[in-house]
Design a binder for this molecule. Structure first.
Ligand code: NAP
Length: 284
């Protein structure tokens, strides 16, 4: 069994973004800029936003944070998005989700200019991903693919099972595995015989949001297990959707939580922002 080291792969991706950014600054005098918008004071969102800012600093981007109070209105938030759409030194806009309940996530995402939508949640970008002709990929599923590539794990012809069908993780994850010629099954809360389906998987991706949901009987010997979950166990400790201790010895490869998929999400965001900057400046 090999543990897939997301921290290491993420650090490599960030190093390469940093090198390309330095070149962009030197040759073209352009500094990629990312704006992060956070509404309210959700502690998990605050941690994610701080990590994104730190990553921007590391790779040499300009980052702007817009921290708005929880009572911000939809119109105020949309006005900010429109302002950022027009701001030339901002190439990527990220609105940290979830938003407070009175705000409409969908309308806010749709207001972001698609070429600045570095999360790849806008309908235009989602459509491009379906067609396989995309500029950006959503950060978490793309981070998973990057890890598979880093460990030379081939997807082609493999039985891939994704548990979860959210727009942010499950659905695009399935699409990216399909693009690489996996035979993909998507499972969800209404799936019958879930354990049996999972136990056929050569590559099993868990994006359920339930601590230690994937147990050893659901995993085929030699499977690659990717754990997207960021959950809390009975003691409040961070854990994944996979019962790591009992599953790990059955796997050929497995991602830990923390230190697996999580760090990859941020490094993909850096890659997307750099790409957005290049596209907006007509550079390759
Ligand atoms: P979500 O929107 O809540 O979706 C969860 C999915 O799991 C749904 O499709 C749901 O099915 C399915 N599900 C729930 N209970 C199930 C069951 N008993 N059997 C089979 N399927 C079941 O969550 P998400 O946003 O995709 O996130 C999933 C997990 O990934 C969470 O732990 C989240 O914190 C984590 N996450 C991590 C990162 C990262 O950077 N590492 C990024 C994003 C999310 P239905 O559609 O039928 O309800």
């Amino acid at each position: 069994m090999k543990i897939i080291d997301g921290k290491m792969v993420s650090a490599q991706v960030k190093e390469s973004v940093k090198a390309e950014t330095a070149e962009l600054i030197e040759k073209n005098g352009i500094v990629p800029g990312l704006a992060v918008v956070i509404v309210g004071d959700d502690p998990a969102s605050r941690v994610y936003v701080n990590n994104k800012k730190k990553a921007c600093e590391l790779v040499g981007f300009k980052s702007e944070e817009y921290a708005l109070p929880a009572e911000t209105t939809q119109d105020e938030l949309l006005e900010l998005v429109h302002k950022l759409n027009d701001k030339e030194d901002i190439n990527g806009i990220l609105v940290q989700l979830p938003l407070p309940a009175h705000l409409d996530d969908k309308a806010v995402i749709e207001a972001i200019r698609p070429d600045k939508d570095v999360d790849a949640f806008h309908a235009v970008n989602v459509g491009k991903i379906m067609l396989g002709e995309y500029d950006f990929l959503p950060c978490t599923p793309a981070g998973v693919m990057e890890m598979l590539h880093a460990y030379e794990i081939s997807v082609s012809g493999k039985n891939c099972v994704v548990i979860g069908r959210s727009n942010i993780v499950g659905k695009p994850m399935a699409m990216l595995l399909l693009h690489e010629n996996g035979t993909v099954t998507i499972c969800h809360s209404r799936t019958k015989n879930l354990a049996e389906i999972c136990s056929q998987a050569d590559i099993l991706v868990a994006a359920v949001g339930k601590p230690k949901f994937v147990t050893a009987d659901m995993v085929k010997d030699g499977a690659v297990v990717i754990d997207v979950g960021m959950d809390r166990d009975e003691n409040g400790k961070l854990c994944g959707d996979v019962d790591f201790e009992n599953v790990k010895d059955k796997c050929s490869y497995i991602t830990p939580v923390p230190g697996g998929v999580g760090p990859m999400t941020i490094s993909t965001l850096m890659k997307n922002t750099l790409k957005a900057c290049k596209l907006q400046n007509n550079l390759k």
